[in-house]
Design a protein around this ligand. Sequence first.
Ligand code: PMP
Length: 423
Amino acid sequence: ASPKSLDLLLKERTYSAHNYTPVPIVFDSASGIHVTDVDGNEYLDFGAAYSAVNTGHNHPTIVEAVRAQYEKCALVGRGFTHSLYAQFCEEVCKAFGFERVLPLNGGGEAVEFAIKLCRAWGYVKKRIPRDEAKVLMVAKNYHGRLLGVTSGSTNAAARANYGPFVPKVGPAYGDGKMLPFNDLEALEECFELEGDKIAGIIIESVQGEAGIFPPNPGYLDGVRALCDKYNVLWCADEVQMGSYRCGPKRWGYENTSSSKPDVLITAKSISGGLYPCSVVCSSSEIMDSIAPNSHGATYSGSPIACAATLAALKVYEEEHLGANVAEQGPHMLAELARLSTTYDLIEQVRGVGLIAGVDIDVELLAQNGMSVWHVCMFMRAMGIACKQVHDKTVRFCPPLTVTRVQIDAMIASFEQCCQTLLK
Ligand code: PMP
């Protein structure tokens, strides 16, 4: 890193918990897809804060809405309500196609609430015996890092030293089998064995942190059918893949199935990356299972969160970002596929809409004394900000405002990376 960056990275290393290993780009300012670091270096952002800035960094319409709201009223706590809350609830419900909404802050927080909502519905409506309700997940899921969701994780590193865990949450069923993603036979076996005690199943519509794994054709429709058959709530985790990431439609499940979940969980880009806001949406019948004063948070549905979300919802429509995904996404994926057939560095490319997971031949890299980290560092040197997912995959996930020229710039850099690293 160059001088100012190095100074800050060293200080960060000294005072920050070592809970992340960031690519050493120290953002100073950002606008749209453009990022400038503290030393004045410029990058195209192909990370988009893990899909939290789909509208582009600091979108002026959202910045203005947030600024105006700051000048009026920032926080009321949940003991009172405020002038934007009713409009926020109505617009979110109507735009997302559900009857009720409960806002929170982060994505993990929203999934935690979905677990509680499933349990409450399971006891109140499905009449599951007390303390026996199970909330299913699939293997290799990522739903955040809070304790409830970590309890359902199959990532050993994420679990190490954090037990004991919340019981009856996660992909284990039968005599210790793990329910895989994209496996309807296993799901039916699981429901057959335990369906009367299962309140809900939480699934990412496209698995993100596992390395960008889209659902097989028919998988989510099959989940819908099995959930109907066994009276289980299908909860779609659209935290990363929602807000047109998989476009042209708003939700990942809409772009990959013709079915609708019972519970929608989303966060990140619904507020354009300007302020945390997450939501859980469902029918009134499901949401009415929770008792008053039994769930919420001080900042949830705050005036600022509502202002940011209402403005961001407008930006998606006014700028036709879903249509841009439909236009640019296939080009990005086709170009990455072309590189994969040309260069040994790339093993496989997966993706949908404007998100791609590129598997790197890590053994070949290791023979040359390198890892995926070197790919990200090469890209950094070329002015492209991107980050690996696990040890094998690089994620390309630009803001949805990305142009063909910017995609081609990323592809040209990646092609140079493919040519240079294994020379
Ligand atoms: N669910 C999914 C599918 C995610 O990708 C993420 C974040 N990467 C989360 C939940 C957690 O969201 P947050 O980091 O806001 O808690």
